[in-house]
Design a protein around this ligand. Structure first.
Ligand SMILES: C[S@@+](CC[C@H](N)C(=O)[O-])C[C@H]1O[C@@H](n2cnc3c(N)ncnc32)[C@H](O)[C@@H]1O
Length: 498
C-alpha cells in the first residue's frame, strides 16, 4: 500500500471503518436532520405538527414493516384500479411515467408501480418509522431519505407526472400552504396530486377542519378536484386534484393569495433553497418546457425533448439537439460493447444503480432492457440537465458530492462516475468522496469510473488500500477506465484504532 495514502485513509477511519454495530447504532440513534445533509436537515414541522391540533392522523402507525408491505399490496392494487376507472387519461406507464411518492413508508407503492413501467421517486424521513427507506432499498425499490420541511426538495420544477401521498401525514394546509406549494412547483402542468388521508374520508372534527382548510387552499392554487372516492371494501378514500395547464385561472383570482413568485425566483433552483409560499407562473409557448405534455413512454426515452433548442450549445459543445443525440449513441455503444459484456459484471445481481454524474441520462437509457433502476445525479456545479433526464421518462436528483448522499450505508449495487472525480478534486478531497462511495456501495458492488488517467490511477490506489478487487483498468493517452469491486474486508479493531 502506498504509505502516504495509507496514512491519509486512516485519518478517515471513523467514516470508512465503522462496524456493522456502529452503523446500526448510527442509523437508529440519529434523528432526521443530523446525518444526511440538505434533504434531511430541516424537520421541525415533522415533530412539531404531529399530535398538535394541526397534526394529521393516520389509521395505522406501526413499525412492523412486513405487515405494512403486505397490506399495502392490497391497498395499492385497489388504488390503481380506482385511478384507472376514474381517470382513464392517467394511462400508467405511458402518459404517467415518472411519479413522486411523498412519505413512502417502505415504498410498496413504488414497488407495485415499477412492474407497470412507472418510475417512482419515493422518499420519507428518518422518523419513528426508523429505517423505512433502508428497507425500501433493500427490497430493490428506489427511495431516498428526505422530508417536506423548510427547504425545496432536490428536484427541478414541473417534472413529476403524478404526485401521490397515501396514509398521508404531511400538514399541507399550514403556514400558507408552503408544503403543498412545493408539490405545485414539482408537478407538471396538467399533472395529478393523489391525496389519501383521514380528512378525505372521516368526519372527526379535526378531519373536517383540515378538509375545509385544504379545500380553500387547493381552490386558491387553481387545483381542480377531479375526483373524491371512498373504497367500499376498506373504507379508505382519496381525493385527486389536477394542476392547471395555463395561467388563465391565476389571472382571474380575486386575491393574489398564495402570491405568484417573483420573476427573479428560478423555479428549478433546488439546492439549499428555503421554501416560500408562492406559485410560479406556468410556461407558455411552443418551445417552452412544460407547455406541452411529453411523448408517451417509451417513445420519450430516445427522442430529443421538443424544447431542447438547437441554436444553443450543448454540454459537449455541439448544438444542443445534436449533443443529446451523440450522447445517446455514445452510451448505447459503451454499455452494449463494454459494460454489459466486457467487464465480467453479472447484471442479474445488479438492481440499485447510480450514475453519479448523469448529464443527459444516456447511461441510464442504455440500460433500459436490464432489470435495474438508475438514480441519475446531476451535480450542483454541472449544467442543469436534470429536466432533460425527467423529460425522457428517467429520474434523478441534484447533489453536491462534497457532502454525503441521502441514503443508508450499503444500498447501491453499482455506481458509475463519468469524469466526476477529476472535477471534484478542485472543490473537496477525493479521499473523502471515496469514503462516501465506500459507505453507499454494497460489499461485492461495483464502481465504474471513466476519468483522466491520473484520477483513475489515484482511485485505483485507494480501492486497493481497502482491499477492493480491481476488475479492469485501462488507460489510453490521458483517459482512464477503472472497474473495481468492493470486498467484504474491514480492518481489525487494532488497525482501525491506529
Ligand atoms: C402512515 S405512513 C404511510 C406510508 C406509506 N405512504 C403507506 O401508505 O404505506 C406516513 C409516512 O409519511 C412520512 N412523513 C411524515 N411526515 C413527513 C414529512 N414532513 N415529509 C415527508 N414524509 C413524511 C412518514 O415517515 C411515513 O413514511
Amino acid at each position: 500500500m502506498n504509505i502516504a495514502r495509507g496514512i491519509a485513509l486512516r485519518s478517515l477511519l471513523p467514516a470508512l471503518f465503522h462496524s456493522q454495530k456502529d452503523i446500526n447504532a448510527q442509523s437508529s440513534g440519529q434523528r432526521a436532520g443530523t446525518r444526511y445533509g440538505t434533504a434531511m436537515s430541516h424537520t421541525p414541522s415533522l415533530q412539531s405538527t404531529r399530535g398538535t391540533k394541526t397534526g394529521l392522523k393516520s389509521p395505522v402507525i406501526t413499525s412492523c414493516f412486513l405487515g405494512v408491505a403486505l397490506s399495502s399490496r392490497m391497498v395499492h392494487s385497489t388504488t390503481l384500479i380506482l385511478f384507472s376507472r376514474y381517470l382513464p387519461d392517467i394511462a400508467w406507464g405511458k402518459r404517467s411515467r415518472v411519479i413522486l411518492d411523498v412519505g413512502c413508508g417502505v415504498a410498496s407503492f413504488g414497488g407495485y408501480m415499477f412492474d407497470r413501467d412507472v418510475l417512482t421517486m419515493s422518499f420519507a424521513p428518518k422518523d419513528e418509522h426508523e429505517a423505512q427507506v433502508q428497507f425500501a432499498l433493500e427490497r430493490g425499490i428506489p427511495a431516498i431519505s428526505a422530508v417536506m420541511g423548510t427547504k425545496r426538495l432536490p428536484y427541478p420544477s414541473r417534472v413529476f407526472d403524478v404526485i401521490h401521498c397515501a396514509r398521508c401525514r404531511v400538514p399541507w394546509h399550514i403556514e400558507g400552504g408552503m408544503l403543498l406549494l412545493e408539490l405545485n412547483r414539482l408537478l407538471r402542468p396538467g399533472g395529478y396530486f393523489v391525496w389519501s388521508a383521514t380528512p378525505v374520508y372521516q368526519k372527526l372534527p379535526e378531519d373536517v377542519e383540515i378538509w375545509n382548510a385544504m379545500s380553500i387552499l387547493t381552490k386558491s392554487m387553481c387545483w381542480k378536484m377531479v375526483n373524491k372516492t371512498k373504497d367500499k371494501l376498506n373504507q379508505v378514500g382519496m381525493a385527486i386534484y389536477q394542476k392547471p395547464m395555463d395561467n388563465n385561472c391565476y389571472e382571474k383570482r380575486s386575491e393574489n393569495s398564495p402570491p405568484l413568485c417573483k420573476e427573479s425566483d428560478a423555479a428549478d433552483a433546488a439546492w439549499n433553497v428555503p421554501l416560500e409560499a408562492c406559485m410560479h407562473k406556468l410556461p407558455v409557448g411552443p418551445t417552452v418546457r412544460g407547455a406541452k405534455w411529453p411523448e408517451s413512454w417509451p417513445q420519450r426515452l430516445n427522442k430529443t425533448p421538443f424544447w431542447v433548442d438547437g441554436s444553443q450549445v450543448g454540454v459537449y459543445g455541439k448544438p444542443a439537439n445534436e449533443d443529446f443525440e451523440a450522447d445517446n449513441a455514445h452510451w448505447k455503444r459503451v454499455v452494449s460493447k463494454s459494460y454489459l459484456n466486457g467487464m465480467g459484471i453479472d447484471w442479474s445481481k445488479v438492481r440499485n444503480v447510480m450514475d453519479m454524474r448523469a448529464v443527459y441520462g444516456g447511461f441510464a437509457a442504455a440500460l433500459k432492457n436490464q432489470k435495474v433502476w438508475v438514480m441519475n445525479i446531476v451535480p450542483i456545479d454541472s449544467p442543469d440537465t436534470l429536466p432533460i433526464i425527467y423529460e425522457r421518462g428517467l429520474f434523478g436528483m441534484y447533489h453536491d458530492w462534497c457532502e454525503s448522499f441521502s441514503t443508508y450505508p450499503r444500498t447501491y449495487d453499482l455506481l458509475h462516475a463519468d469524469h466526476l472525480f477529476s472535477k471534484l478534486k478542485t472543490r473537496c478531497k477525493l479521499l473523502a468522496v471515496f469514503a462516501e462511495v465506500d459507505r453507499v456501495l454494497r460489499p461485492e458492488g461495483k464502481l465504474i469510473v471513466r476519468d483522466t488517467a491520473d484520477t483513475t490511477n489515484e482511485l485505483e490506489s485507494m480501492a486497493k488500500s481497502l482491499k477492493w478487487e480491481v476488475r479492469m483498468t485501462y488507460t489510453k493517452g490521458n483517459e482512464g477506465l477503472l472497474c473495481v469491486e468492493k470486498s467484504m474486508w474491514r480492518p481489525k479493531e487494532v488497525e482501525a484504532s491506529m
